[in-house]
Design a protein around this ligand. Structure first.
Ligand code: FSX
Length: 404
């Protein structure tokens, strides 16, 4: 299925870049970073297609992106906090990224457009009448006739259905648009649901997170524009290039988990030494996202990097499943696979080296099995290593001997 839109308007991105005085070198650098995101998870290519990984280069993306002409976009803000569009608008600090965002002709967005009233409604109607990309932030309330979120006298559900009709690609951006998020949590007073619970006759790409990583939002858009197809997704509709890896497997605090070194209070010695946040409620062992790799604010930091446990916001119904956030996950699968490797892993897997690769492989198998069952359970896989005493600040914690 092709997602190339008829009637896209000139000029091309390449022409826009030239007019904006953006150097080709900077554009190539940006495209190189996109290529890196697309290949975060080479496994997304699937068996027999591994060679394609070499084809996803910055040069190729630059070539394709430069030829793209402005697609029209309807970007809806439904029940949400505007954090997602804040994230998207602050996706980078370079002129190139600004121009790439300007590549989209966002004809309707409640948060940033100047138009109001009838003019805004007309902009929405006229864009909806033609092929366009639909981006949705926020959940859709379906209780009580949808009265909890209305625009121009129409319910959010009605606006969504009308906007989806001629859409050639639909992106649900943020946990709210994907699963309903906090509003959709028990007792869900507004009957909040995600986009793919309303739009069932077209694929919906779920860019999960509260908010999603800015680069993942723009990379998903760039992927569609350059590939003229939708990215491959997991069972939850999330693009595999960004949601194929478990946070726990790439976490820089992982050696401390392996060594049984846990933070127990936010200001203890373990906290100051950067130990594992599992006992503080970290949901990294049950959460799939590229957070440790891409991070936020131009790779400045990320929640776990800043010393806060992951709350699992890229996972389905994370608020109902993962609260209280500061309680340790019960019987978490994967916790202790290293600790039990000597008693289980060696014999079971016949390996001579147990490291993250093996761990990730075991995780992938379990994840795939869980996906087949339709949901990702809170996992129960192994024993939790005995906690070690925190070391004083400034001293190196003992390493487990295994690579993170
Ligand atoms: Fe939800 Fe987004 Fe969290 Fe907020 O649009 S995913 S509450 S960051 O803003 O929808």
């Amino acid at each position: 299925m092709s997602y190339k839109l008829d009637g896209w308007q000139e000029p091309t991105l390449g022409e826009n870049l030239a007019r904006a005085g953006v150097e080709r070198r900077d554009f190539l650098k940006y495209c190189g970073s996109l290529a890196a995101i697309f290949t975060v998870a080479p496994s997304l290519l699937g068996a027999g297609n591994e060679a394609m990984a070499d084809e996803i280069t910055g040069d190729l993306i630059a070539e394709k992106l430069a030829d793209v002409t402005k697609p029209n976009v309807v970007w809806l803000q439904l029940q949400e906090c505007t954090g997602c569009i804040e994230s998207a608008l602050r996706s980078g600090g370079t002129t190139v990224e600004e121009v790439v965002l300007n590549l989209l002709s966002v004809n309707y967005n409640e948060a940033i457009m100047a138009a109001a009233g009838d003019a805004a409604n007309k902009a929405l109607d006229s864009t909806n009448a033609e092929p366009h990309i639909l981006v949705v932030n926020g959940s859709i309330p379906v209780k009580d006739g949808g009265i909890y979120c209305t625009m121009g006298g129409k319910s959010a559900e009605q606006v969504l259905r009308e906007s989806a009709e001629n859409a050639t690609a639909i992106l649900a951006v943020g946990a709210c648009a994907v699963w309903g998020s906090v509003q959709g949590s028990n007792p869900n007073p507004t009957g909040a649901v995600g986009v793919d619970q309303i739009i069932r006759d077209k694929p919906v790409i779920n860019v999960a997170g509260c908010p999603p990583i800015a680069e993942v939002i723009t990379a998903t858009v760039a992927y569609i524009l350059t590939h003229e197809s939708l990215p491959r997704t997991d069972a939850e509709g999330r693009p595999l290039f960004a949601y194929d890896q478990r946070i726990h497997d790439s976490c820089p605090r992982r050696p401390h988990f392996d060594a049984g070194q846990y933070v127990r209070t936010f200001d203890d010695e373990g906290s100051r030494s950067g130990w594992c946040l599992y006992e503080m409620g970290c949901k990294g062992p049950s959460t799939f996202s590229a957070c440790p790799i891409i991070q936020w604010n131009l790779h400045t930091s990320w929640p776990i990097g800043a010393g806060h446990p992951c709350i699992g916001c890229t996972e389905k119904h994370f608020y109902d499943r993962f609260t209280p956030f500061y309680h340790a996950l019960p019987n978490v699968t994967g916790l202790g696979i290293e600790a039990t490797a000597e008693t289980v892993g060696w014999g079971l897997l016949g390996a001579t080296v147990v490291g993250v690769g093996l761990h990730a492989g075991a995780t992938a198998l379990r994840h795939a099995a869980a996906q087949k069952k339709g949901d990702e359970p809170l996992e129960a896989f192994g024993d939790i290593p005995e906690p070690a005493e925190p070391v004083p600040a400034g001293e190196e914690p003992a390493a487990s001997g295994e690579e993170a």
